[in-house]
Design a protein around this ligand. Structure first.
Ligand code: SAM
Length: 279
């Protein structure tokens, strides 16, 4: 396991993923019933942007730092940006909140957050950062195994974030297999699957495998900084959303182009929002 998210925290694709994550959790909060969030590839919880890995790549500069500097960010982004600000004690951007931190910040008294992370050191750090709250469980385990052992949740409402690093060659197969089994156990859950876009063929393949699960109601949301033509560069990223909440597509329709502009990529970039499989 070579991937460490500390090198990439706050990059443009984190901004897209986390802005959508916050919208999804806010939808869950609209009803007064408890929910669970399962984050199968949780990372370390929050990231020090003054640390050596973050400063080595400085990916956050073209991501969260740029969006925070936008004087008129889109309305759909405000809640996420407020959470990023609240992860920092002053105006300086020092900490970037990962998905566990953001989920925790939105968790109600009866909600639960279940976190799986396989890297031993990152799992330890995650436990230290997030583990003190009794609503939060931190597991040093394979996220795909967590899909089997943690679902269906007793709350019967909630969200599963599947956010793997794509460093193994069969990640697409693992995702499709994991999703199919999870959906069999818990068909009404909301699932968000993140993927990097370098060039198109692997994404078409991933989408094909996901479609082949037979699951319906899957929305695709993508943001590309530039055309996806080089297999070595992260040109964009996307999310497959299973059972997206009602009218989420309208929020995303406003959010994605505005975010592209905030990221300074309106000229060469593009967004995509459509149903991979409809109702
Ligand atoms: N979800 C995090 C966030 O948004 O803040 C970022 C996660 S990062 C993209 C992917 C993480 O998955 C890494 O921390 C990596 O160590 C971990 N990982 C890799 N393979 C895994 C597996 N099979 N199960 C669980 N975690 C895994």
């Amino acid at each position: 396991m070579n991937y460490r998210h500390a090198y990439h925290a706050g990059c443009f694709s984190d901004v897209v993923k986390h802005a959508v994550l916050v919208l999804l959790i806010r939808h869950l909060k609209e009803k007064p019933k408890p929910f669970v969030i399962l984050d199968t590839h949780a990372g370390i919880g929050r990231y020090d942007l003054a640390s050596e890995p973050a400063l080595k790549t400085r990916e956050f500069e073209a991501g969260i730092a740029r969006v925070l500097a936008d004087p008129s960010p889109p309305a759909e982004l405000r809640s996420y940006l407020d959470l990023v600000r609240s992860a920092n004690s002053g105006p300086e951007l020092r900490w970037y909140p990962g998905s566990p931190w953001l989920a925790n910040a939105l968790l109600g008294a009866r909600d639960r957050l279940v976190l799986a992370e396989l890297h031993p050191e990152d799992a330890r750090t995650l436990g230290l950062t997030m583990g003190a709250d009794r609503r939060i469980q931190v597991h040093h385990m394979d996220g795909y195994r967590a899909l089997k052992s943690m679902l269906p949740p007793k709350e019967r409402r909630g969200l599963v974030l599947i956010d793997p690093p794509f460093e193994v060659t069969d990640e697409a197969e693992r995702i499709a297999r994991g999703l199919k089994h999870a959906h069999k156990r818990w068909a009404t859950g909301l699932y968000a699957i993140w993927y990097p876009i370098k060039d198109r063929p692997p994404i078409d393949r991933l989408h094909g495998l996901i479609v082949a699960t037979g699951i319906r109601r899957m929305l695709v949301a993508e943001l590309l900084l530039r055309p996806p033509r080089s297999p070595e560069t992260l040109n964009g990223s996307g999310l497959v959303l299973v059972n997206p909440p009602w009218r989420l597509d309208e929020s995303l329709k406003a959010l994605l182009p505005a975010l592209l502009k905030s990221l300074g990529a309106a000229r060469h970039g593009s967004v995509r929002l459509d149903w991979l499989v409809p109702e």
